[in-house]
Each structure stands twice: as C-alpha cells, then as structure tokens.
Design a protein around this ligand. Structure first.
Ligand code: INI
Length: 157
C-alpha cells in the first residue's frame, strides 16, 4: 500500500493570495493569518503575491487570472460574506465557492476557499482572530499541503 500523508513541500513555492476589500476589517486579519502561516513554513514574502478585489464575488476571476499566469503553485482566496449584511448572501457566497472550485479543477492547482460565510460580524471576527483559529492561517497551511500532495503524486507516477 502507498500512503501519501499530509506534508509541506520541500522546495521553494510561489503562492498568490486574492483578497476581498469588502469587510476589509476582517479580510486584513485573514491576510495576516495567511502570511503568518506561509512565513512559518518557509515561504519568503518575495514569493507571495497579494491581489485585492472589490468583493468575494470577484475572487474566482482573480484566482483564474493568477493561476493562468502559470507562475503560482496555488491561489488562496480570502473574503468575508456576512448574512446580516446582504440580501444576496447566498449568491455571493455560493457563486464564490463554486467559482473557486471550478478554477482549481480547471488549472489542476489548489484554489483555497478562505472565505468566511457567517450570520454575524461577531462570528466572522471570531474566525479571523489573529492569535487563534484564524481561517486565513488554516487555508494557507492547506494550500501548502495540497502543493505537497501534487508533488508527491507526480513523483509516484
Ligand atoms: N462582498 C463580500 O465580500 N462580502 C459581503 O458580505 C458582501 N455583501 O454583503 O454584499 C459582498 N458584496 C459585494 C460583492 O462581492 C461584489 O463585489 C459586488 O456585488 C460586485 O460584483
């Protein structure tokens, strides 16, 4: 049996982060968490590109454009969609998640869904706390694990 465990890539990687300005008081913290996770796992800041978009709805297109350059091993999308704040919560959150999945599958590269979808601002702040449980940190780690998986799968061919 061959088992490929979760791991961190043992090479230099390039990562793109697409971040939504909408609810920026939250997405700034998600970005901080993502950058912290990448730094802690050996990804230098000069190998990370951050692209801002107006809102979560625009994240899939930005992810598509970033991956289409061929320069990045993964793209991390960061946003915060809060139900109380919009009557079209389901459209924005649903299309964003579906779009990101499509982009990742199209390019065969990880497109991480680091978008908080919460009922309240308080819930979003909880999941964006800088010191613990930061969703940006978690998805950046997941991006590295998925890059590692791709490397391992290629090596086992
Ligand atoms: N964008 C978000 O990222 N979060 C939200 O909560 C939100 N609300 O509340 O509407 C939101 N709307 C903007 C949307 O993402 C697009 O930028 C806009 O519709 C233009 O396409």
């Amino acid at each position: 049996m061959t088992e490929i465990d979760l791991g961190i890539p043992d090479r230099e990687v390039r990562v793109a982060i697409a971040a939504a300005r909408f609810n920026r008081f939250i997405t700034d913290q998600l970005l901080e968490g993502a950058q912290d996770a990448l730094r802690r796992h050996g990804v230098d800041a000069d190998r990370v590109t951050v692209a801002w978009v107006p809102g979560a709805f625009e994240l899939p297109l930005a992810a598509e454009q970033l991956l289409a350059t061929g320069r990045f091993d993964a793209v991390i999308a960061l946003g915060a969609v809060i139900r109380g704040g919009t009557p079209h919560f389901d459209y924005v959150a649903g299309e964003c998640s579906r779009g990101l999945l499509d982009v990742g599958l199209k390019h065969g590269k990880p497109a991480l869904f680091g978008v908080l979808t919460t009922d309240t601002v308080e819930q979003a702040l909880e999941r964006a706390a800088v010191d613990q449980g930061n969703k940006g940190f978690d998805v950046a780690l997941a991006a590295l694990q998925m890059i590692h998986l791709a490397d391992e799968v290629r090596d086992h061919e």
